[in-house]
Write a protein of this length. Structure first.
Lengths: 139, 124
């Protein structure tokens, strides 16, 4: 019962928001790398990394296969680290981030959703721990 | 000048739909019937708006922006209540009410954009 709950209700909304970000970040990073890559290569490569992380997180969150809970935790955790590190870097070395990217300035260009989303995701994953994976970890 | 009657009517329908669905998110642990009727009302409004826009634009009422952009917004907006209804049918939890609440908010923004494209501004 608990296993199914991870993908329903608020969990389903979280998966949908991750899906939208995966789509938006991929389209934006692809467009920026194709047209103006030389203007801010670091920012755009990090945008591409963000896109990949969002894709992995979306698939892992939606998946019911064994191991998907741990993969989602890793992806969402990495996402949170990424937002914080890139956010700090964009203020510390602004010349590397001359153009806005998904995670720069803590996701301010996306209404700070990139900063809040991983926190909601981590809270949700901790509340909906996969019992099978908790057993394997304990033994 | 005042906003068009269609814009005011659409804004009221969207607002009522959002309020009902947000209340339902707190009050119900399943998708509320009235919240579903709310997105149905939004869909009905969009159909009437689309038919009226088609008749008026065919009769010579000019679109100040891009024609394809107006109709692109309208066709996309028409899908949103349908998708949310499908969501509520397939996920019978409290949180489907929040998805239904997002419909009115999203459609309102799109209606605002459509009025801008059609008349060059909401108050024009």
């Amino acid at each position: 019962m608990r296993r199914q709950e991870r993908q329903t209700g608020l969990g389903r909304i979280i998966i949908a928001v991750y899906g939208i970000f995966a789509l938006a970040a991929t389209a934006r990073a692809g467009y920026q790398i194709a047209t103006e890559f030389s203007e801010a290569p670091v920012a755009y490569l990090l945008s591409a990394l963000a896109a990949v992380v969002y894709i992995v997180a979306t698939v892992a969150l939606a998946s019911r296969r064994p191991g998907s809970w741990r993969l989602s935790l890793a992806a969402v955790g990495f996402e949170f680290l990424g937002v914080v590190v890139v956010g700090v870097l964009s203020f510390a070395v602004p010349h590397l981030f001359a153009h806005p990217a998904v995670w720069s300035h803590f996701g301010s260009g996306y209404g700070y959703v990139p900063l809040v989303l991983p926190l909601v995701g981590l809270w949700w994953l901790v509340r909906h721990r996969d019992p099978a994976e908790v057993r394997t970890a304990a033994t | 000048m005042l906003a068009s009657g269609f814009f005011i009517a659409g804004a009221v329908v969207c607002a009522v739909s959002v309020i009902v669905a947000v209340v339902a998110t707190f009050a119900r642990d399943y998708p509320d019937d009235i919240a579903i009727l709310g997105v149905a009302a939004v869909e009905l409004f969009l159909i009437v708006y689309g038919v009226a826009a088609g008749i008026r634009q065919a009769g010579g009422d000019p679109v100040s922006g891009e024609l394809w952009e107006f109709w692109g917004y309208l066709l996309t907006a028409l899908l949103i209540p349908v998708l949310a209804f499908w969501w509520a049918v397939t996920d019978k939890t409290r949180w489907s009410n929040l998805v239904l609440a997002a419909v009115g908010a999203t459609v309102f923004v799109m209606l605002f954009r459509m009025e801008q494209i059609w008349h060059g501004g909401v108050l024009a």
